[in-house]
Design a protein around this ligand. Structure first.
Ligand code: AMP
Ligand code: MG
Length: 309
């Protein structure tokens, strides 16, 4: 599953990046560095525009960025049984202490769930598993199975205690941060780069992007959004500065049953994969929020989504 996701991102990267235009500093002094690693089940690339004399500082900054991203992944990956989220998922009915990263993401997820009228819901995990397992067995889940999985779905079943502890309130429930964790990781990478004195950069975690400052040519970074109906084409180009740009859709990752594809994004209200919205791109200052909102916009009906925007 992980490998196929990675392959898909390799072949069908959601976002293209471009640079162009004229410079603010002497272009001869500016360099563009680029590093890519596989993290969180996707390719994460970090491009930085830097002055020639700062190569050593940049190398240190890269080390710190990758270490921080590994740390975030280590806390939030549901594929790692030792991760903090996996431990929380096994903790019912106890209240357990959680680290700052996880607590922040749980708090944000609660807020975003309210904002999106329940479309964004990290307790959707039992439904994600049900649909994934059913697809592997080439069958559609029964109504009874959906009802059973839905029983543990609902943000009120997460209790956040003031001393940075969290408690799951329903047996069988579990949390899936797939719709927000990558965005949070991107924000953390941006924070590290800025703390090291780098303002101009471009971070892409499998379609969740944040762009800081400008490109090496002094112009805003330009981001092409893939046309979901024609994957080799770009439907729009956005020019942004100090903004996140995230895209969610039902055409890159999906389950297939009887030749029919089903979105990997589940409507928590019905227990069924979302359909209708093919792709949603959000531009916002905070990547974790943009990440969650793009996921939610795929769930909401078009009119509801436009009202939310
Ligand atoms: P994204 O690619 O950011 O749109 O996130 C999709 C991932 O989030 C899925 O693969 C699931 O792990 C998880 N997910 C599915 N449905 C929802 C939902 N309604 N709310 C929050 N997370 C979801
Ligand atoms: Mg998302």
């Amino acid at each position: 599953m992980r490998n196929s996701v990675i392959r898909k991102f390799l072949v069908l990267s959601l976002i293209f990046s471009f640079i162009g235009g004229c410079s603010r500093l002497d272009p001869a002094q500016l360099r563009r560095a680029s590093q890519t690693k596989v993290l969180m089940g996707t390719y994460v690339s970090v491009d930085v525009c830097y002055e020639r004399g700062k190569a050593a500082a940049l190398s240190d900054a890269y080390d710190e960025v990758w270490a921080r991203l590994k740390e975030v992944e280590g806390g939030m990956s549901i594929y790692d049984p030792q991760s903090e989220i996996s431990q929380l998922n096994r903790s019912y009915p106890d209240a357990v202490p959680v680290g700052h990263d996880l607590y922040y993401v749980l708090e944000s997820s609660t807020r975003l769930s309210e904002l999106t009228r329940g479309a964004f819901d990290i307790t959707v995990s039992p439904l994600v598993h049900l649909w994934r397992d059913s697809a592997q067995e080439k069958r559609i889940p029964t109504k009874a199975q959906i009802a059973l999985a839905k029983d543990g779905v609902g943000m009120p079943y997460i209790e956040l205690l003031e001393d940075q502890r969290a408690r799951l309130l329903k047996s069988g429930m579990s949390l899936d941060l797939g719709g927000i964790a990558k965005g949070y990781a991107v924000d953390e990478a941006a924070r590290v780069l800025r703390s090291k004195g780098f303002q101009d950069f471009f971070i892409d975690a499998g379609g969740d992007l944040y762009v800081g400052g400008r490109s090496c040519k002094g112009t805003p970074w330009r981001i092409g959004v893939r046309n979901p109906a024609q994957r080799d084409q770009i439907i729009d180009v956005v020019e942004v500065r100090n903004q996140a740009v995230t895209t969610s859709g039902n055409y890159e990752q999906y389950f297939e049953i009887d030749g029919q594809s089903y979105s990997h994004i589940i409507d928590p209200r019905t227990g069924v994969p979302q359909k209708g919205i093919v792709s949603a791109t959000v531009i916002a200052p905070i990547t974790s929020e943009a990440d969650a909102l793009a996921t939610a916009l795929c769930v909401l009906a078009e009119q509801e989504g436009i009202e939310l925007i």
